[in-house]
Design a protein around this ligand. Structure first.
Ligand code: SF4
Length: 493
């Protein structure tokens, strides 16, 4: 079996999990399909990478794609000989069996170069250091003299003026040379270890755990999870890696095998008891929490966009901008009304969104939300709209988090440790879920909304997206109405 070549991204993958790298090289067919959300993350990375190159106007792109690495290396070497070219984008190198493409290689004095890695994150993270360190290793090995290494990331304090994107303010560069140099000594052994592991025809013996989503979500998770029991210990909400390790040492993967002497938090203990008894946990407090309300009862949900490049004047990178809400209103006599808002135009929707919302929420009635996300959105709106500030802040006193109530006072073994609306709804309200919906989660709603605003989207497609968005947000609030109904019935049984 031929040992696959390493690359910068494979090296990073290997730092997260050897098995993930082995699968990527030998069994990519086992991966789940790339989700829209993951694709959006890749797209943002490319967009930001491309924008950063505009800070180096004398630079040149190495155009050869990733499948033509050798040609890309030749082009890079040729471009390096031209002193007129002040920076090379996607410069390609190969050393010690590792292929890299450098985001920005900046020519500095005395034949030296600066290595610049561009990230779409808003801060430098631990995982970024090996990423730059392996590039430094390859560049030095290929004979380049590197002056400094920088991590360039997005500045989330930059405020867009609505006219021209100020790239110098949008990005922050951090000199990470010291950290990267400090890692050089360890790199040869890290690389050899990966090469040896990849040359083995058998996959490394690694069980899924917390590392499967940190720092990146692994595309083989669904495959690896099949090896784990139905009541896997990872379902113990909030379980720490240390506790998982302790249980792994004891050979325990199933919640039912956890010794009664093992310390668990109250919530984890409830989950274990519920799994062991194979029945729901219902606290005596549940009824009080669900019925301690003032009519009319509202059920509110927002959808937001948070683009890396600020879209509207006065907004920052990744700032959440609400473009849609749904509100179901339950009157005391049982009548259920529905109100909704969706901004159809490509404009800052916040003022219209808040104005219409305030008129529907009125000044009376409990407002159920699911998680505290709605609280954050209302607070942000109140800061942005001083004329509505008091009314918006008054809403906060009326909010009641249904997710928190469920977390504290109810558990069903089929939740499998997740209290998200998407997990809870089909268990409590069979027949009502998100599987058959055009839009199935909030991230998709944001992407679809941006597609709806795109001038290249046809009017028919726009109308289709609009309907899907309205259906999705409506489902979120109707789900809360139904869940509350079902839980009240459970209490009365
Ligand atoms: S799911 Fe986890 S254990 Fe399996 S390959 Fe991915 S990171 Fe490794």
């Amino acid at each position: 079996m031929k040992t696959p070549l390493l690359s910068k991204s494979r090296f990073i993958t290997g730092q997260q999990c050897h098995l993930r790298l082995w699968y990527q090289c030998h069994h990519p067919d086992l991966a789940s399909e790339t989700s829209l959300r993951q694709q959006a993350i890749f797209d943002v990375g490319h967009e930001i990478g491309e924008l950063a190159t505009r800070l180096y106007p004398g630079g040149l792109f190495v155009k050869e794609g990733y499948l033509h690495h050798e040609e890309a290396v030749q082009t890079t070497l040729k471009v390096m000989e031209n002193p007129e070219i002040s920076a090379i984008f996607e410069a390609a190198f190969l050393y010690d069996g590792i292929r890299i493409r450098v985001d920005i290689l900046e020519r500095v004095e005395n034949g030296k170069w600066n290595l610049i890695e561009v990230k779409s994150s808003t801060s430098v993270k631990e995982v970024h250091f090996p990423d730059v360190a392996v590039q430094w290793y390859v560049l030095r090995g290929a004979g380049l003299e590197i002056d400094k290494a920088f991590l360039m990331h997005v500045n989330n304090q930059y405020v867009y003026d609505g006219k021209k994107l100020d790239l110098k303010s949008l990005f922050i560069s951090l000199d990470v040379s010291e950290e990267v140099i400090a890692m050089q000594e360890r790199l040869p052994s890290m690389i050899s270890e990966l090469k040896e592991m990849l040359s083995d025809s058998d996959p490394p013996d690694i069980s899924p755990s917390r590392h499967c989503s940190k720092p990146y979500e692994c595309e083989f998770y669904d495959h690896c999870k099949k090896r784990m029991p139905e009541n896997w210990i990872i379902d113990l909400s909030g379980i720490t890696q240390a506790k998982l390790n302790d249980l792994a040492v004891m050979g325990i993967n199933d919640i039912r095998d956890i010794p009664s002497t093992t310390y668990l938090t109250d919530l984890q203990d409830r989950i274990r008891t519920s799994v062991l008894d194979n029945k729901e946990y219902i606290s005596e407090e549940l009824e009080r929490e669900l019925t301690d309300v003032e009519y009319p009862i509202h059920f509110l949900d927002f959808e937001t966009i948070g683009t890396v490049i600020p879209r509207y004047a006065g907004t920052r990178p990744y700032q959440s901008i609400p473009f849609q809400w749904s509100n179901h209103i339950l009157q005391k006599d049982g009548v259920l009304e529905h109100h909704e808002y969706l901004c159809d135009e490509d404009k800052d929707p916040r003022e219209e969104c808040a104005f219409k919302l305030l008129s529907v929420l009125g000044i009376k009635g409990t407002i159920f939300i699911y998680t505290t996300y709605e609280t954050q959105i209302i607070k942000a709106l109140s800061e942005h709209l001083p004329e509505y500030q008091k009314q918006l802040l008054d809403i906060l006193d009326r909010l009641k988090d249904l997710c928190d109530i469920i977390k504290r006072y109810y558990y069903h073994p089929e939740f499998h440790g997740s209290f998200s609306l998407k997990s809870v709804l089909p268990v409590l309200v069979p027949g009502m879920d998100y599987q058959s919906m055009e839009i199935q989660e909030g991230g998709e709603a944001s992407l679809e909304y941006l597609r709806m605003l795109d001038p290249s989207t046809s009017p028919e497609e726009r109308e289709k997206i609009r309907t899907a968005l309205l259906n999705y947000c409506n489902q979120d609030t109707l789900a809360m109405v139904r869940i509350r109904d079902v839980l009240r019935c459970q209490v009365r049984r």
